[in-house]
Design a protein around this ligand. Structure first.
Ligand SMILES: NC(=O)c1ccc[n+]([C@@H]2O[C@H](COP(=O)([O-])OP(=O)(O)OC[C@H]3O[C@@H](n4cnc5c(N)ncnc54)[C@H](OP(=O)(O)O)[C@@H]3O)[C@@H](O)[C@H]2O)c1
Length: 304
């Protein structure tokens, strides 16, 4: 990561993820398969979004085998395999799709291994560059109960074994707390993926720890998600006002704020629209002046 203090140069548009250089604006594939209750896009449209993302310079795609019960990974493989050499595919384990029950926890070490194996098969790769261990201690989303409440150390041992075997290139953590990240640091962590955006800064202490240890911070729900119960960043009046003043879109304001907030931020906004995709990629070159940054800094609903 270039620079660890202060506000980054807004023209700085690449960073490193598990040792790989990546554009700071990547792509999250969840919207191609699951859309908070809305219908997923048509297959051809979804394939088009993925191909366009790579054409626009996206070289970091976030996915999961359980997005749409394998749909997201199948789309990625169909659209992009054989993959460009510089494409970094990041997946996650910790939940699985159960026929009849939908998304269920899969936290036990042997389930993490099965999840990695499923990703290798569906993505058609010998190694997934980074795999996030998605903890389910708390929401958003499903929560682990009973024998799915698994100690972190045993999970990390399995993730390290998978890395030693070459099946994953790096270990990420998702939906963790500060203490859990501290416990995991000795095994070597590539990135942290927690909910975080302009309106929800509850993850700020975790971002501080990422800064201290030079880890990539990859917020999920950077725009507030597609779920109606979550506050939409792009609908916030101050975000809309800033966008109007700068002649950019609200999504670009939301994403540019994240990029300017800290150089450890890598983005994976999700979209099923090529127009929104182009908007989001272009957010990497949107400059927010000091006054706009200061106004936006003050918006957090839940400051850390
Ligand atoms: N680790 C985890 O637990 C976890 C959890 C959730 C998500 N994720 C990852 O994080 C990624 C991002 O999160 P997310 O997709 O849930 O939410 P998000 O990126 O915050 O927001 C997605 C929503 O924003 C809309 N959108 C995207 N670009 C837009 C634009 N330029 N203008 C207006 N609206 C726009 C999308 O609608 P359209 O489709 O109409 O553009 C969709 O409704 C996911 O795709 C997934 O890869 C990880």
């Amino acid at each position: 990561m270039a620079g660890t203090t202060g506000r980054p140069d807004p023209t700085l548009d690449t960073a490193r993820l598990a040792g790989h250089p990546v554009a700071r604006v990547g792509f999250g594939a969840m919207q191609l398969a699951e859309r908070g209750g809305r219908a997923a896009p048509a297959r051809d449209a979804a394939l088009g979004v993925l191909r366009r993302a790579v054409e626009l310079g996206v070289d970091h795609i976030d996915t999961a085998e359980f997005y749409g019960a394998g749909v997201a990974n199948e789309l990625i493989r169909s659209a992009l395999h054989p993959y460009p050499d510089d494409l970094v595919l990041v997946s996650k384990v910790g939940a699985e799709h159960h026929p009849g029950k939908g998304l269920v926890p899969a936290q036990r070490p042997e389930q993490l291994r099965a999840g990695v194996e499923a990703n290798l098969r569906s993505l058609g790769v010998e190694q997934v560059t980074v795999v996030n261990l998605r903890r389910l201690d708390t929401g958003p989303g499903i929560e682990a109960t009973g024998d799915q409440r698994v100690d972190l150390d045993g999970q990390l041992a399995e993730m390290v074994a998978l890395r030693d075997e070459g099946k994953i290139g790096g270990i990420g953590l998702s939906n963790v707390g500060v203490d859990q990240l501290r416990r995991a640091l000795p095994v070597g962590i590539a990135c942290v993926q927690n909910v975080y955006n302009l309106l929800d800064r509850s993850g700020e202490p975790l971002l501080d720890l990422c800064r201290e240890h030079d880890l990539a911070w990859v917020p999920f729900f950077p725009l507030g998600s597609a779920f109606p119960r979550m506050p939409s960043v792009t609908d916030h009046p101050a975000v809309i006002a800033a966008a109007t003043a700068l002649d950019v879109t609200p999504a670009q304001v939301a994403l540019a704020w994240l990029l300017a907030h800290d150089p450890h931020v890598l983005l994976i906004p999700g979209t099923s629209s090529t127009a929104h995709l182009a908007d989001n990629v272009a957010a990497g070159s949107v400059h927010l002046d000091a006054e706009t940054m200061s106004t936006l800094d003050g918006l957090a609903v839940a400051p850390g």
